[in-house]
Design a protein around this ligand. Structure first.
Ligand code: A3P
Length: 329
């Protein structure tokens, strides 16, 4: 909790004032989570979101990669980076940036990096004029809280990667580990009430899901489970959506399979760059690669817990068309 206090002290007076007007709950990592625009966030995240909302100007060819924490952000960043930059960095090059940089260093987070600590970054230098190399950003910010210039753009593209809430919860639990003041059962209860970073899960997913149905040209909805089942098929969808479909030659020469392999859990986890260093503040890179499986929750959640969360999700997702199979691989 010491870190937490120090972090809170770095907030601007304006942000502290905003926080004092928001509902709050005990937090998993910081002493409290605050409900900002309907979602539970840490204080520093809220300060960054406000700054992003006030200052970010989307370019037509921007690509935003959005996720709930622990639902495969690192993987999505690697895949999108490899797809978008494949003319500059051929996938089989032994100098490919993904071999020497963690995906979070190649695709920066809006809220943890670019707009963190009350910074207003000059993003105009990030490949802005190069139509072939769009700017790539990562974020956990829910759809309704994205900057207006992103939401209103008819040309910038948003990719959302969704993971089943059971595995996402267990992944978060391991990630936060001893920093959490809660038992697994307590944390699960909070999660069922929606109180988890950027939760509720259901609202986060539904925001992007509905937008992907309303504006399929601008928002692509992928799932972790589908990617695990058939990465090549979904990589082709991703490349097409990003305006860079694989050519016949690329497909026949195995480029898609090579990207899938380069970005695979096993490959990324084994790289030196991903075994050390802190590409995300306070966390060692190796913490980003745990098991990378579908269904690990079965080792942690009781049948009562699974039933409880399933019922909540069914109720909340309603007739939206979004569903989770309770699958074990
Ligand atoms: P587990 O904890 O279940 O293993 P995020 O990147 O959003 O922080 O999500 C982390 C989760 O994605 C972790 O899940 C991690 O192991 C998994 N992961 C990381 N890289 C992956 C990859 N290349 N392929 C599949 N899963 C990956």
């Amino acid at each position: 909790m010491g870190v937490t206090r120090a972090e809170e002290e770095q907030l601007t007076e304006e942000c502290k004032q905003l926080l004092s007007s928001l509902p709050k709950e005990r937090g998993w990592r910081t002493s409290h989570l605050y409900q900002y625009q309907g979602f539970w966030c840490q204080p520093a995240e809220i300060q960054a979101i406000v700054s992003f909302q006030n200052h970010f100007q989307a370019y037509d060819n921007d690509i935003i990669l959005a996720t709930m924490p622990k639902s495969g952000t690192t993987w999505l960043k690697a895949l999108a980076f490899a797809v978008v930059n494949r003319d500059h960095f051929p996938v089989d090059s032994d100098k490919h940036p993904l071999l020497t940089s963690n995906p979070h260093d190649l695709v920066p987070f809006l809220e943890y990096k670019l707009y963190a600590n009350n910074q207003i970054p000059d993003l105009s230098k990030l490949s802005a004029d190069d139509q072939d190399r769009p700017r790539l950003f990562g974020t956990h910010i829910p759809f309704p809280s994205l900057a207006n210039s992103v939401k209103k753009s008819n040309s910038c593209r948003v990719v959302y990667l969704c993971r089943n809430p059971f595995d996402t919860f267990i992944s978060s639990w391991h990630f936060i580990g001893s920093m959490s003041p809660f038992t697994l059962e307590e944390a699960f209860e909070m999660c069922c009430r929606g109180v988890i970073g950027f939760g509720p899960f259901w609202d986060h997913m539904l925001g992007y899901w509905k937008e992907s149905l309303a504006r399929p040209e601008n928002v692509l909805f992928l799932t972790y489970e589908d990617l695990k089942e058939d990465a090549v098929f979904h990589l082709k969808r991703l490349a097409k959506f990003l305006g860079r479909p694989f050519s016949f030659e690329e497909e026949t020469s195995g480029v898609v399979e090579k990207i899938a392999k380069l970005c695979s859990f096993e490959n990324l986890k084994g790289l030196e760059v991903n075994k050390k260093g802190k590409s995300i503040k306070n966390f060692e890179n190796d913490k980003l690669f745990r098991k990378g499986e579908v269904g690990d929750w079965v080792n942690y959640l009781s049948s009562l817990m699974v039933e409880k969360m399933s019922t909540i999700m069914e109720e909340k997702l309603g007739d939206s068309g979004l569903k989770f199979k309770v699958v074990i691989s």
